[in-house]
Design a protein around this ligand. Structure first.
Ligand code: NAI
Length: 468
C-alpha cells in the first residue's frame, strides 16, 4: 500500500473545476502538491463562471444601466432619449465577460502547473480517477462536482420555453412575458433582469414570503421594492405543473390558503426552485461513499468521506450552495491535504442577492435570535439618511445590525441598499474578530460613502445614529 501511494501520479486529483475545485487546485499547487483537475466542460470555472454567477452579473449590470437611463438620466440633465436594446450585442458582452474569466483560470492553471484532465471523471477505486479510457492515480481525491437544478414534478425543462437559469441566460430574444417559479435568489435576480428589459414578470412562490431564510423585515422591504420595479408576486401558490404549447407555456398552481386552482400563461417559464448536489456517474454507490438523505455527500469536519483518501467540498456537501463557501472549503481541504489546519467558519458566510438594490446578510436573523431566546438589540439605519446614496437615487433600503443585548457583540447584519454586497464584508471581518457594535461605531468611516450607513446602524445599537 505504501509503495502504491508513493507511485501515485498525482498527490491530489480534484473532480470539477468550479469555484470550489479550481480554487482548491490552486491552493494545493501553492502548497507543493502535484495537482490535477478533471473537467469535462470546454472551459474552466464550472456553473458559476459559465452559466451562473458571472454571466448573470453581466446581464444584471447591463439591464440596471438601461433602467437608469429610463428612470434617472433626465433628472441629472442627461438628455438624448432612451437607448434600445440590441439583445445579440448584450449576449456578446456577456460571453466576453465569461470568456475573460474562464481564460483567466486557464492561465492560473498553467502558472501553478496544474494538469487539466479533460473529460468526465469517475472513481473506479480509492486512489484512482478514470477520465475517458485512462485511469490516473492520486494519493487523495477531492469531489467538487457542484450542483444541478432540481426538477419539479410535472415540469419538463426544454431550455427554450421552460428554462432553468442556464436557458434563461441565453434566451434567443427578450420575452414579452415570463413566469418565474420560486422567489429564491435565482428567480429574483433573473426575474429582475428581464423586468428591467421590459418583460412582464410574475413570480409564483410556494411560501407566503420571498427569499426563505432571509431576515423577515429585509425580505418584506425587498418584496416591496421589487414590486415597485414591476415584478408581480403570487405567494402561497404551489405549482402543480407546466404545460408547454407551440408558443409559450401555462403554469398551473394551487393556492395553499383555499386549495383553489389557477393558471398563468407566459412566453417563457423559468424554473428556479432550488438545486441539488450533482454526484451521478462518479461511482459513489459502488465505492460505498455515504450519502446524506437529501443527496449530499456525507463528510466529517475535515471534508473527508467515509472512504479513506476521498474528500468532498462545495455544493456536493451540506451547507449553503454558494460559490464562496465552496472556495473556502476548497482552500481548507487543500491545507488539510498538505498537513496544515484548514478551517471554514460557517457562522460568518455572507449571502448576497445582486439585484438593484443589492441585498446581503451575515450571521443570525432576528427570527433566529427570537427562536433561540437570545437577548439582542437592533440598530437600524435607512439609506435615506446617507448623503451618498441619495445623490445617486439609491435612498431605498436600510442596514440592520443585531448585537447581543448584554455584551454588544455583533450577531448578524442584514443590508438592503446600494453596494450591500460589498458593505457586508466590514461586518464579516468584525464578526471574525468577535467585535462589538461599538467597535464598528468607533471606527472612522470616510464621508460620503455608503459604508457610513453600516457605522450608523452600529451607532444605533448604542447611543443612537446621527443622521436620523
Ligand atoms: P432557492 O432555494 O433559493 O429558492 C427556491 C424557491 O422556490 C423557494 O422559495 C421555494 O419555496 C420555491 N418553490 C419550491 N417549489 C415550489 C413550487 N412547487 N411552487 C412554487 N414555489 C416553489 O433556489 P434557487 O433560487 O433556485 O437557487 C438555487 C441555489 O443557488 C440556492 O442555494 C442559492 O443560494 C444559489 N444561488 C446563489 C446566488 C447568489 O448567491 N447570488 C445566485 C444564484 C443561485
Amino acid at each position: 500500500m505504501a509503495k502504491e501511494t508513493q507511485m501515485a501520479e498525482f498527490d491530489v486529483i480534484i473532480i470539477g473545476a468550479g469555484p470550489g475545485g479550481y480554487v482548491s487546485a490552486i491552493r494545493c499547487a501553492q502548497l507543493g502538491l502535484k495537482t490535477a483537475v478533471v473537467e469535462a466542460r470546454e472551459t474552466l470555472g464550472g456553473t458559476c463562471l459559465n452559466v451562473g454567477c458571472i454571466p448573470s452579473k453581466a446581464l444584471l449590470h447591463a439591464s440596471h444601466l438601461l433602467h437608469e437611463t429610463h428612470e434617472n438620466f433626465e433628472k441629472m440633465g442627461l438628455m438624448g432619449g432612451k437607448p434600445k436594446v440590441d439583445w445579440t450585442k448584450m449576449q456578446g458582452y456577456k460571453a466576453d465577460v465569461v470568456g475573460q474569466n474562464t481564460k483567466g483560470i486557464e492561465f492560473l492553471f498553467k502558472k501553478n502547473k496544474i494538469t487539466w484532465l479533460k473529460g468526465w471523471g469517475s472513481i473506479p477505486a480509492p486512489g484512482q480517477v478514470k477520465v475517458g479510457d485512462e485511469v490516473h492515480s492520486a494519493k487523495n481525491i477531492v469531489i467538487a462536482t457542484g450542483s444541478e437544478p432540481s426538477s419539479l414534478p410535472g415540469v419538463i425543462v426544454d431550455e427554450q420555453t421552460v428554462v432553468t437559469s442556464t436557458g434563461a441566460l441565453a434566451l434567443p430574444k427578450i420575452p414579452k412575458s415570463m413566469v418565474v417559479i420560486g422567489a429564491g435568489v435565482i428567480g429574483l435576480e433573473l426575474g429582475s433582469v428581464y423586468a428591467r428589459l421590459g418583460t412582464e414578470v410574475t413570480v409564483v412562490e410556494y411560501l407566503d414570503g420571498i427569499t426563505p431564510g432571509m431576515d423577515g423585515e429585509v425580505a418584506k422591504a425587498f418584496q416591496r421594492i421589487l414590486a415597485k420595479q414591476g415584478l408581480k408576486f403570487i405567494l402561497g401558490a404551489a405549482v402543480q405543473g407546466v404545460d408547454a404549447a407551440k408558443s409559450g407555456a401555462t403554469v398551473r398552481y394551487k393556492l395553499r390558503k383555499d386549495d383553489s386552482e389557477a393558471s398563468l400563461k407566459a412566453d417563457v417559464v423559468l424554473v428556479a426552485t432550488g438545486r441539488r448536489p450533482y454526484t451521478s456517474g462518479l461511482g459513489l454507490e459502488a465505492l460505498g461513499v455515504e450519502i446524506e438523505p437529501r443527496g449530499q455527500i456525507k463528510t466529517d469536519g475535515h471534508f473527508a468521506t467515509n472512504i479513506k483518501g476521498i474528500y468532498a467540498i462545495g455544493d456536493a456537501i451540506t451547507g449553503p450552495m454558494l460559490a464562496h463557501k465552496a472556495e473556502d472549503e476548497g482552500m481548507a481541504v487543500a491545507e488539510i491535504l498538505a498537513g496544515k489546519a484548514g478551517h471554514v467558519n460557517y457562522a460568518v458566510i455572507p449571502g448576497v442577492i445582486y439585484t438593484t438594490p443589492e441585498v446581503s446578510s451575515v450571521g443570525q436573523t432576528e427570527e433566529q435570535l427570537k427562536a433561540e431566546g437570545h437577548a439582542y438589540k437592533v440598530g437600524k439605519f435607512p439609506f435615506m439618511g446617507n448623503a451618498r446614496a441619495k445623490a445617486v437615487f439609491q435612498g431605498e433600503g436600510f442596514v440592520k445590525m443585531l448585537a447581543d443585548a448584554a455584551t454588544d457583540r455583533v450577531l448578524g447584519c442584514h443590508i438592503i441598499g446600494p453596494g450591500a454586497g460589498d458593505l457586508i464584508h466590514e461586518v464579516c471581518v468584525a464578526m471574525e474578530f468577535g467585535a462589538s457594535a461599538q467597535d464598528i461605531a468607533l471606527t472612522c468611516h470616510a464621508h460620503p460613502t455608503y459604508s457610513e450607513a453600516v457605522r450608523e446602524a452600529a451607532l444605533a445599537c448604542g447611543d443612537g445614529a446621527i443622521h436620523v
